[in-house]
Design a protein around this ligand. Structure first.
Ligand SMILES: [Fe+2]
Ligand SMILES: [Fe+2]
Length: 156
């Protein structure tokens, strides 16, 4: 099926961002593991799985629309010196993701592509949950202090 105008361009942006998220969480899970925070490692690995599922769905949909998904492109992957830095970088990425998905959904509505719109609407629900997940983590750290928080992250 042929895509409506501008839809493949938006889907490509989503693929790049979701792939960037996969790389973010792979790296951050590895860093948490290296620092000894096994529990966080597992939680971030679950995020990786979510993002792989997202990117996979969008790739399938681009192919269905006779597009050519580019999986070589990646946005900058940010890390940091502490768990807090990682969470802040992750939160920023998820916020960008929500913004992009909302824009893409609005575009799909304009051009009358309801299938793509539906796919992206499902994804934005997950992304908003991801934003909330990192906001909650950062708020907890503020409330209990970084040391207390991290002492809870050592065991799975
Ligand atoms: Fe995602
Ligand atoms: Fe996400």
């Amino acid at each position: 099926m042929k895509a409506k105008e501008g839809v493949l361009e938006y889907l490509q942006k989503v693929v790049t961002l979701e792939l960037t998220a996969v790389h973010h969480y792979l790296l951050h899970a590895g860093m948490c593991d290296n620092w000894g925070y096994e529990r966080l490692k597992h939680e971030l690995h679950e995020r990786t799985t979510d993002e792989i599922a997202h990117v996979s769905k969008v790739i399938d949909h681009m192919l269905y629309l006779e597009g050519a998904p580019d999986v070589q492109k990646l946005d900058a992957v940010h890390s940091g010196e502490s768990v807090q830095d990682l969470f802040m970088a992750d939160l920023k990425l998820e916020q960008e993701d929500v913004k992009l998905l909302r824009e893409a959904i609005a575009h799909c509505a304009t051009v009358g592509d309801f299938t793509t719109r539906h796919l992206l609407e499902d994804m934005v629900v997950d992304s908003e949950e991801h934003v909330d997940w990192f906001e909650t983590k950062l708020r907890t750290i503020k409330q209990v202090g970084l040391e207390n928080y991290l002492s809870e992250q050592i065991k799975k």
